[in-house]
Design a protein around this ligand. Structure first.
Ligand SMILES: *[C@@H]1O[C@H](CO)[C@@H](O)[C@H](O)[C@H]1NC(C)=O
Ligand SMILES: *[C@@H]1O[C@H](CO)[C@@H](O)[C@H](O)[C@H]1NC(C)=O
Ligand SMILES: *[C@@H]1O[C@H](CO)[C@@H](O)[C@H](O)[C@H]1NC(C)=O
Ligand SMILES: *[C@@H]1O[C@H](CO)[C@@H](O)[C@H](O)[C@H]1NC(C)=O
Length: 667
């Protein structure tokens, strides 16, 4: 926008010049216009450089993730103030009276060096289209069905008792009680951002309760500029800071892109055990709220990380990578794109020989090029743990081009990409579709559909008399769970929550039934014989934890919180006990083969992996990087040699660059 203003300035200036220099010849005028065009072009290109400089600066400041939520509380010490956690992690809250709405408040996020601020998010359980590539086309995520064991019960009370058993099985993750896995389905919801070419303001994801409250991008920018200057708040939380940028001076004309984001979900194809969610300790919040580690995981303020291992360790491809790899970018589920940047094909890291479908989100990829640089395992971005990228063919997304030349044969390569980070995992439960009293449901939009409006017609407000009870249910009044299912409807509540404890709903016979809200919840109310059940696990990364200071601080927290375990690492604790099953360090012997030249690699087996290898279970390990490549080794313990060896290297019998098979213990 600044460039446009400059252009206008130049034009105004040149017309003034005309008035003052009536004596200019047409040749002189043409020359002057040429000079002005050159200046505009150079300034435009400098603006592109300045934008790049800002993005590069933010990229190196931390990782893609969440920075902060709006501040509502502060105190005598800085740790009382809201961070990425307010009363809840990224201000998540419930709207359980809606069929598929999840509450998330306003927050500041960073995706690949682009910092932006969201509106109040309240998003819906929707996924990209499975049948079309149309830009932003989505589908409702199907809710799990109700187990037949529940439906086959004759009375409502028997159904309730049976349904509780399924919740108990899920809570205890015990498939012997009931095999809950087909009915408690994990949904991955991600924050997705992109530089778009949208000229008009564009609502990139629907919400029942919030929308961008502006007539154009310019109007939104002015409103944000004003409220940021004065410190005022828009009471409905419907403003967002979404930057725009000058990204190219195509033929001397400035090309602008507009940042936008959305929250998009995906039904994960496999079961994710709840034990994989390990608490990420926000110490300041715990201190300010006197929250013990024991209680923290049951609080709305809890933030988790996906860690399927029994300890902290180095990783490449994890369960989180597997989940994210199922989420497509903007070509929706039909995406089928190969990344062939600079003549190298990106391969799938989980199936080394397969080409990566770069239309799906990934952070690790694998180049397979025998010769100079050999095999290499790569991560998207320069140093950003949570940069997940997907390529797209959507013309709505900003293109960038680069020249690629092989022996004077040059091609101009163009790419369009989008970015994402995981936000949360939500378990969809059979409660979402269970309707034991068979009350009417009108699925059309209650804002426009008269049948859906009949639920609340004539002042019906969920009262307990036939005249005031809701007449059936709709998407905004989704009350179909018999209140008797819960022991009480008290949950740790938040001021942003909307559902009432229980309401009266008329069934098809006109009888008033007391019902509880059936939409998604962070934590269920107390279920008799089961207790409360956590259903939402926020797993968003935190921007500052990607900085050098952040990484050091997390290490310090870990050591201080588990001082006995790490006594041997403390300055004063040199005499402390060594861990009972320490990591085992190896060196992959030096190779002299050229290319690539003299080098070796390091590798580490965790205590558990070492035990497995010694017991005869060969284990895959990725070595350290040397001369731009790594190797994936299958490590084996050879009893006759009494030595560790590799049996495969990058899937082949020996390493392409000639490392000896025997691993050297590094003591
Ligand atoms: C799972 O439930 C069964 C049946 O109630 C019980 O016998 C078993 O001990 C439980 N398993 C675990 C690991 O708690
Ligand atoms: C993706 O495209 C390639 C050719 O470019 C084709 O061989 C492959 O079958 C396609 N995959 C899917 C899932 O459509
Ligand atoms: C409830 O709604 C249905 C469908 O619109 C209608 O037929 C019925 O008369 C309504 N019942 C009452 C008590 O208003
Ligand atoms: C070895 O692998 C088998 C099969 O995956 C597993 O059952 C066993 O527990 C493993 N042994 C060790 C020591 O990890």
């Amino acid at each position: 926008m600044a460039a446009l203003a400059l252009l206008v300035l130049f034009c105004a200036h040149s017309s003034l010049a005309q008035v003052h220099n009536l004596a200019l010849t047409p040749e002189q005028l043409t020359a002057k216009v040429k000079v002005l065009e050159d200046i505009a072009n150079v300034l435009g290109k400098q603006l592109i450089q300045n934008q790049l400089f800002v993005e590069e600066r933010i990229r190196s400041d931390g990782m893609s993730g969440v920075k902060k939520v709006r501040l509502y509380r502060e105190g005598t010490s800085p740790y009382y103030a809201d961070t990425h956690v307010a009363q809840s992690a990224i201000a998540i809250h419930d709207h359980a009276n809606y069929d598929r709405t999840l509450g998330i408040g306003e927050f500041i996020g960073v995706l690949n060096g682009v910092e932006f601020r969201t509106r109040h998010n309240d998003y819906k359980l929707k996924m990209p289209s499975t049948t079309s590539r149309t830009y932003h086309e989505t589908e409702d995520i199907l809710f799990p069905s109700v187990p037949p064991e529940v439906l086959h019960k004759t009375t409502i009370q028997e159904q309730i008792v049976e349904m509780r058993e399924w919740f108990r099985a899920f809570k205890e993750q015990n498939t012997t009680i009931r095999d809950y896995r087909p009915y408690f389905r994990p949904l991955l919801c991600a924050l997705e951002g992109a530089w778009t070419l949208a000229k008009d303001i564009e609502e990139s994801f629907p919400s029942d309760r919030h929308h961008l409250d502006a007539t154009s991008w310019e109007d939104m920018a002015e409103k944000i500029s004003f409220t940021s200057y004065t410190g005022n708040k828009h009471n409905l939380e419907n403003f967002a800071f979404l930057p725009s940028k000058l990204y190219s001076m195509e033929g001397g004309y400035p090309q602008f892109a507009q940042w936008n984001y959305r929250v998009i979900c995906h039904p994960v194809s496999f079961d994710v055990p709840t034990s994989y969610f390990k608490l990420d300790d926000d110490l300041g919040h715990r201190l300010a709220n006197d929250l013990t580690l024991k209680r923290a995981p049951f609080s709305r303020s809890a933030r988790f990380k996906v860690n399927e291992f029994d300890r902290e360790r180095q990783t490449t491809y994890t369960t989180l990578d597997r989940m994210m790899s199922e989420l497509p970018g903007l070509d929706n589920y039909l995406a089928n794109l190969t990344d062939k940047t600079y003549g190298l094909v990106a391969n799938d890291i989980s199936q080394a020989e397969n080409t990566l479908n770069a239309g799906y989100y990934h952070r690790w990829y694998h180049y397979s090029e025998m010769g100079a640089m050999g095999d290499s395992v790569n991560h998207r971005g320069f140093n950003d743990e949570n940069l997940w990228v997907a390529m797209t063919t959507q013309s709505h997304i900003m293109p960038l081009s680069t020249n690629y030349c092989v022996q004077d044969q040059c091609v101009r390569d163009t790419r369009r990409v989008t970015f994402a980070v995981p936000l949360e995992v939500i378990y969809a439960t059979p409660i979402l579709s269970w309707n034991p009293y068979n009350v009417a449901f009108y699925p059309a939009d209650p804002k426009t559909d008269t049948l859906a409006q009949s639920v609340t017609a004539n002042g019906r407000n969920g009262g307990s008399t036939p005249g005031t009870a809701y007449n059936g249910t709709n998407r905004e009044n989704y009350y179909r769970t018999p209140v008797g299912f819960y022991a009480s409807s008290d949950v740790e509540a938040d001021t942003a929550d909307t559902a009432k404890g229980s309401v009266g709903v008329l069934d098809k016979q006109g009888i008033v039934r007391q019902m509880a809200a059936s939409g998604p919840r962070i934590i269920t109310p107390d279920i008799q014989g089961v207790g409360t059940v956590r259903l939402r696990y926020p797993i968003f990364p935190v921007h500052s934890e990607g900085s050098t200071v952040g990484r050091e601080l997390v290490a310090l927290k870990e050591i201080v919180m588990k001082m006995t375990q790490y006594a041997h690492l403390l300055g004063e604790g040199q005499g402390g006990y060594l861990p009972s099953n320490p990591d085992v360090h190896f060196i992959l012997a030096e190779t002299y083969q050229n290319p690539p030249g003299l080098h070796s690699h390091d590798l580490v087996l965790t205590g558990a992996e070492n035990a497995a290898v010694l017991a005869g279970n060969d284990t895959l390990v990725v070595t350290s990087l040397a001369l731009g490549h790594t190797h994936e080794l299958k490590v084996h313990f050879d009893k006759t040699l009494s030595a560790y060896v590799y049996v495969t290297c990058d899937g082949m019998a020996s390493c392409w660059d000639g490392h000896a098979r025997r691993l050297v213990l590094d003591e």
